[in-house]
Design a protein around this ligand. Sequence first.
Ligand code: ARG
Length: 459
Amino acid sequence: ASNAMWGGRFAAGPDAIMEAINASIDFDKRMAAQDIRGSRAHAAMLAAQGIITDSDAEAIREGLLTVLSEIEGGNFPFSKALEDIHMNVEARLKDLIGEPAGRLHTGRSRNDQVATDFKLWVRDQMDAAIEGIEALIRALLAQAEAGADWVMPGFTHLQTAQPVTWGHHMMAYVEMFGRDMSRFRDARARMNESPLGAAALAGTSFPIDRHMTAEALGFDRPAANSLDAVADRDFALEFLSCATICAMHLSRFAEELVIWSSAQFRFVVLSDRFSTGSSIMPQKKNPDAAELIRAKIGRIMGAMVGLFTVMKGLPLTYSKDMQEDKEQVFDAADSLMLSLAAMTGMVSDMTANRPALEAAAASGFSTATDLADWLVRELNMPFRDAHHVTGTLVAMAEKKGCDLPDLSLEEMQSVHAAINASVFDVLGVHNSVASRQSYGGTAPDQVRLQIGRWKELLG
Ligand code: ARG
């Protein structure tokens, strides 16, 4: 049998393999609510414009609600022969209300319909991402506030560099995730134009009102070019790009949590709720959630690269290639939302090991820069000379197997005679961080300033 929707010019139905490669219903049924919302807006507009009667529009709009409740109730007869969500819904509507169902597709095509459905779906995910990121930022702010003045080592090359504060480190991620949030907001504002009414590609001869449907669906305006409206998947690519950057940030943070929770670092204790055990090694508590978050960028970025590869080189306007857009975006969205939720849970639950952080902060000659700065400030030494003197002192301490503050004044004076006892003030990690008062620096006052700014921003 040939297709009920487009079978007019066909004598034979599709091969089973053709049906298998062509059908998208197995995945695009996730857009059922968006499809029905778009169709209800379209029907109301057709009636308002006198293109169909009010009673037909009423039957269509009511019938679509029935279809929606069938789908939500899990008793909808999805059919592969009907290819996709659009034709499944319309065919069921016809079963339910008869002839008026055939008037719904007036002045519309599946090309503008699928673009509309998918935009509505992606827009919801952008909102969900913004919400998920905000929750994570709030969890980070709570950690930062609790430990605004706890010292820990700051690293470059994963080697001890200078002491910083726990709060400062948490706030670094607040900045990163804050940019992610604003990227999703920007993308959402840019994508919020309605494709509905672009029809197949050229617009329609029916006197439709695209402004009315755009408004009903929460779009800011109708898309201005019908060819672009059905050919555009930038919104999905932008979603995936924003998601990829966010997943990269999540992955970096996850990596730090994996390192920090190891027996060698012991910087944090992750909660039992976000850890797992080993079936053979009884002592194990593994940071599986962090490891999985570290990995999720693989599939999220994979989806981004995948969809760019689908879209590149496609001539205007719609091509069936574009049906390959959805599974990638669905999977990336699921992966991102789950990662954000898991990271938020881990951050809320984790306990910083303050003594371990402080001990690590003081090791590794972390205040060598403070010593060099002291020589410049107090002895008016050129920085390059101060760097050299400090390096000599570090080598001396290393040879002795101690840290810089453990050297005696006499030992220091053997390297440079003018050094006096006040040098020991700058060798302590608390003085070190407190002195970093430059804007955006690690001094607890500066950290608290930024915490306050973010709290105000989030309200
Ligand atoms: N299932 C299709 C998709 O996901 C819907 C649009 C089909 N349009 C068409 N002209 N065949 O892209």
